[in-house]
Structures are given as structure tokens and as C-alpha cells.
Ligand binder design. Structure first.
Ligand code: F6R
Length: 237
């Protein structure tokens, strides 16, 4: 794992954007895996800016988001659909039909997961997967105990994740208890992973992820087994 230490979230956003741009430039049809949450916000702001100045184009890019809550409409401000439009898609020249976010309102959720997997397969390998880290070690919504070979699936969110994410909702009761997520196996198939982690509150879990045992109890520890991970963090590890 390559580790890039940054001083703050501004530098993290800039460095992460550089890596995304490096990956996209020169590729005919770049395939990107995207994350939501507070960590990638500055990365996306940088990409919007670079696209507007003509430094980069997303015209032929294809994207797949890691996860989505079950039960929120796509225009609900807390849905990851809404987040992606607001922070990235509406600000860049991507073709909307090339962006894929799981449908948490699908009638048949398992079928939705299976067709998402198929779409990723059809797009070819993911050139770059952007990943954040949950306080409990989750990646996507793969909570502790998820099998390392899992594919896109339905999850029951852990109480700790509901609590951590309640900061985006009016109350804890409003946070959905279920979500759809790419599996850990799906994530590990990406050619390269851009792992971005910020904030002292994640210091202990990040140390366990990078230096600890590779175990399904700490989902992100699987990244130790991936051949091409770049970690950008403001945490001393
Ligand atoms: C979001 C996702 C989650 C977040 C993680 C960290 O799409 O997949 O795993 O990356 O919960 O979230 P933040 O960045 O808000 O601390």
C-alpha cells in the first residue's frame, strides 16, 4: 500500500483529484468506482473545477457508486443519488446514462444487486475505485463480518453506522436500516484503489486496517491484499 500523508482535507482533496485525473487521462472509456460521505467532498469539488477549466473531461467515463440506502427516493437529499448529482455529476460533462447508482427503491432488491454486478462486468474492469473508511472499518456498506468474496448485496446496517450517519439526517430514527452495497469481492476486482481517510477519530481503526490482522472483522483490512492501493490520509500511522 502506498501511503501519502497530507496536512489537511484541502490537500487530501487536491492529491486525490490528481490521482483520479491521472487515471482518466488518455483512457478511452475510463471506469470509475465512486464513494459518498464527507471525505470525498473536496475531491469532487476539485474534479468539478478541473472539468470546468477544461483540464479534464468525463465525456466517456463510466461510473459505479459503492452503495445506496434502501427506501429513500432519488430526490431525497440524504440519498446517495442526490449526493452524487450535487457534488459531482451536475458539475461535470459526464453523460448521465453512464453513471450508475444502485436503486434502493427497486421492487426486487436482490435482482437490482445482480444486474448492477452484471453492468460492472460488462463495463470491463474498474480502473479506479474510490473508497472511504467507516469508523467500524467498513468499506462501502460492508459491515464487520462480511465475506471477503461477497458481491453486490443487501445489508442490514450496524447500529454504529446508523449513529455515525445520523449526522446527515434530522434524527437517528430517519436513517434507513438497510442498504445495497458493492461486495468486498467486487471492490477488490478494481485495478487500483484510492483509499481516502481523514480525521483523528479514525486513527485507531486506520492503524488496525493498515498494520493489523487481515480479518473479516475489519473489512478494510482486506486492502492489505490488493496489489495497487494508494492511501491518502491526514492521520499519522
Ligand atoms: C459511502 C461509503 C462509506 C463511507 C464511510 C466514510 O459511499 O461507502 O463506506 O466511505 O462511511 O464516510 P465519511 O467519509 O462520511 O466519514
Amino acid at each position: 500500500m502506498e501511503i501519502i500523508k497530507v496536512k489537511d482535507s484541502d490537500e487530501l482533496g487536491r492529491k486525490a483529484a490528481e490521482i483520479v485525473i491521472e487515471t482518466i487521462k488518455g483512457k478511452e472509456n475510463p471506469v470509475l468506482g465512486l464513494a459518498t460521505g464527507s471525505t470525498p467532498e473536496k475531491l469532487y469539488a476539485n474534479l468539478v473545477e478541473k472539468c470546468n477549466t477544461g483540464e479534464i473531461t468525463f465525456k466517456n467515463a463510466v461510473t459505479f457508486n459503492l452503495d445506496e440506502y434502501v427506501g429513500l427516493t432519488i430526490d431525497d437529499p440524504q440519498s446517495y443519488h442526490y449526493y452524487m448529482d450535487k457534488h459531482l455529476f451536475d458539475g461535470i460533462d459526464i453523460q448521465k446514462e453512464n453513471t450508475h447508482v444502485l436503486d434502493g427503491e427497486a421492487e426486487d432488491l436482490q435482482k437490482e444487486c445482480d444486474s448492477f454486478e452484471q453492468l460492472i462486468k460488462d463495463a470491463g474492469e474498474m480502473d479506479l475505485q474510490i473508497l472511504g473508511l467507516g469508523l467500524n472499518g467498513h468499506i462501502g456498506f460492508n459491515e464487520p463480518g462480511t465475506a471477503f468474496d461477497s458481491r453486490t448485496h443487501i445489508v442490514e446496517l450496524e447500529q454504529s453506522t446508523i449513529e455515525a450517519n445520523s449526522r446527515f439526517f434530522e434524527s437517528k430514527e430517519d436513517v434507513p436500516t438497510k442498504a445495497l452495497t458493492m461486495g468486498i469481492g467486487t471492490i477488490m476486482d478494481a485495478k487500483k484503489i484510492l483509499f481516502i481517510v481523514q480525521g483523528e477519530q479514525k486513527a485507531d481503526i486506520l492503524k488496525a486496517v493498515v498494520h493489523g490482522e487481515v480479518t473479516e472483522d475489519v473489512p478494510a483490512s482486506v486492502l492489505q491484499q490488493h496489489p495497487n492501493v494508494v492511501l491518502i490520509t491526514d492521520i499519522d500511522i
